[in-house]
Design a protein around this ligand. Structure first.
Ligand code: ASC
Length: 128
């Protein structure tokens, strides 16, 4: 377990950094900023699906105090926060599955759904 809030904050932020990198690269492909590379895309989707399970554990009680962008609302509305986190995990898993199959329309839809679940949580629970 974490020693203190600082450790928990660093843990979840590390995962979010890796998620942002992997999701961002998929975004660049989706927007045509770089060529779509099916194998790389699928690898990144797998990374995000696995990483999506990491941050949750870092949202320990009291870890709204510190070097974090997480709002106190996370712990005030924890059930809703947890539900949104779960939706993100489910969408990321679907994205990894369809990326493996390779249908472009499915990939685009699953990518958008995953991005929506990132934003849906940020809008409510993250400092801007
Ligand atoms: C990203 C990123 C986010 C999400 C979000 C999707 O690449 O860093 O936080 O996508 O903007 O809407």
């Amino acid at each position: 377990n974490f020693e203190d809030a600082k450790d928990a904050i660093e843990y979840r932020q590390s995962a979010f950094s890796l998620i942002a990198y992997n999701f961002g690269d998929m975004g660049a492909m989706m927007k045509g900023k770089k060529p779509f590379e099916a194998e790389t895309f699928a690898m990144r989707a797998n990374n995000v699906a696995a990483l999506s399970h990491i941050p949750f554990e870092g949202f320990i009680e009291g870890s709204d105090k510190g070097d974090t962008e997480a709002l106190a609302k996370v712990w005030q509305d924890k059930a809703d926060f947890d539900a949104k986190m779960k939706t993100f995990q489910e969408n990321a898993a679907i994205l990894a599955t369809v990326a493996q199959k390779g249908d472009q329309a499915e990939i685009k839809q699953a990518f958008m759904n995953t991005g929506k679940s990132c934003k849906g949580c940020h809008d409510v629970y993250k400092k801007d």
